[in-house]
Design a protein around this ligand. Structure first.
Ligand code: PLP
Length: 399
């Protein structure tokens, strides 16, 4: 008898319903594959929203975690531990920035970026006290804190959670003229996802990121790139900003930085920006803890080989070529870059939810977003044959 229905019911019974998961109960996982409580195997094409870029339980990441578990796991930042400097140093090398501030979740890293930009605005730019403004994009997703949802345009994320934090202005994603018009003397930062993941893997028009960079430079405004989902190999480069050779003032990282093992996030910026913080002004008990740093070091070591970026580029081409063939055959549009795709299902056929349930029955795990979009973001360790197999299942579901 299947153990799944009871396990699904128990999960429903004991938790807040702030998620609507697919009815699959995972018991173990390796690489790109997970196995449920009934022993059925699935190809994981969500990869923890890109937290699992290196697959489940990558051997070198697991080895780093095990070794650290046997030594020391937490010190707090009241003391320094022996993994801390190496993690931060290696992350400065990867980002090309002077300094790192480690946190845990993505939302905390975004909050860090907001606080640092504001403080920089008052101390360095000379913005009027209490007037710092940050410009964000419509359709954004930057996390779930009260401040972050204050500038969300998703009613589910925002409604009923006010009063809202002031100091944000929205412009349409991809609209440089609107951005230019919104920038004023109080503007300290422009917060942008190089590709909007939750919005349905939406890439801005070519040249947009370059334009944002130029406007920020010209107006003495910080460009804050939220690379939490788009970064660390997902799009075929280390950062999605790399595709336009754009270097933001701050990289905001999370998800894959913890290798799918522990929550690890960070911001990277130069000394003139991150240097504005003094002791006591910001922090986190678990931020930059020894286990996080040990795993983070192993993650950066994987990224430094370039192997995963290359896999994402090559296999991403295979994925997008395959998906493009489905347009007109149950699929209306495909977007994305590298091993990352937003696939719009013809809404007259089925909803995104129905499509993800049908994919699940066929052994492919993916999740719908915004009604009729399926997001595909398999681990970058997926093989060409597995990509082809996932495409076959996709075709069978929508055709
Ligand atoms: C997931 C995500 C976040 C939030 O990260 P959490 O770890 O869930 O807090 C922020 N920005 C982007 C672009 C994300 O994809």
């Amino acid at each position: 008898m299947s153990k799944t229905p009871e396990a699904v019911a128990a999960a429903e019974r004991w938790t807040a319903h702030n998620y609507h998961p697919l009815p699959v109960v995972i018991a173990d996982a390796e690489g790109a594959w997970v196995t449920d409580v009934d022993g059925k195997r699935y190809l994981d094409c969500l990869a923890g929203y890109s937290a699992l870029n290196f697959g489940h339980r990558h051997p070198s990441l697991i080895a780093a975690a095990h070794a650290q578990l046997d030594r020391v796991t937490l010190t707090s930042r009241a003391f320094i531990h022996d993994q801390f400097a190496e993690f931060c140093h290696k992350l400065t090398d990867l980002t090309g920035k002077d300094l790192i501030l480690p946190m845990n979740t993505g939302a905390e890293a975004v909050e860090t970026a907001i606080k640092v930009a504001r403080k920089w605005g008052y101390l360095v730019k000379g913005v009027r006290p209490g007037q710092a403004k940050i410009i964000a994009m419509e359709g954004n997703f930057h996390g779930r804190t009260t401040t972050i949802v204050s500038f969300s345009t998703d009613p589910d994320a925002r409604d009923d959670f006010g009063p809202y934090t002031p100091g944000f202005q929205l412009v349409p994603y991809g609209d440089l003229a609107a951005l230019e018009a919104a920038i004023d003397a109080d503007t300290v930062g422009v917060l942008v996802e190089p590709i909007q993941g939750e919005a349905g893997v939406l890439a801005p028009p070519a040249g947009f990121l370059r334009g944002v960079r130029e406007l920020c430079t010209r107006n003495n405004v910080l460009m804050l790139a939220d690379e939490i989902q788009s970064g660390l190999g997902r799009t075929g480069d280390t950062f999605a900003c790399d595709h336009e050779s754009v270097v933001p003032d701050m990289y905001i990282m999370g998800k894959a930085l913890g290798g799918g093992i522990v929550p690890v996030s960070a911001v990277a910026a130069d000394r003139d920006v991150l240097g504005v913080l003094k002791p006591g002004e910001h922090g986190s008990t678990f931020g930059g803890n020894p286990l996080a740093c040990a795993v983070g070091i192993a993650v950066i070591d994987l990224l430094r080989t370039g192997e995963f970026q290359e896999r994402s580029r090559e296999l991403g081409e295979r994925l997008h070529t395959g998906l493009a063939k489905l347009i007109g055959d149950g699929v209306t549009e495909v977007r994305g870059r590298g091993l990352w795709a937003g696939v719009d299902i013809d809404p007259s056929l089925m909803t995104g939810r129905q499509a993800s349930e049908k994919l699940m029955e066929r052994g492919v795990l993916a999740k719908d977003t915004h009604g009729s979009t399926i997001r595909l973001a398999p681990p970058l360790t997926i093989t060409a044959d597995e990509v082809d197999w996932a495409l076959e299942q996709f075709h069978a579901v929508v055709a």
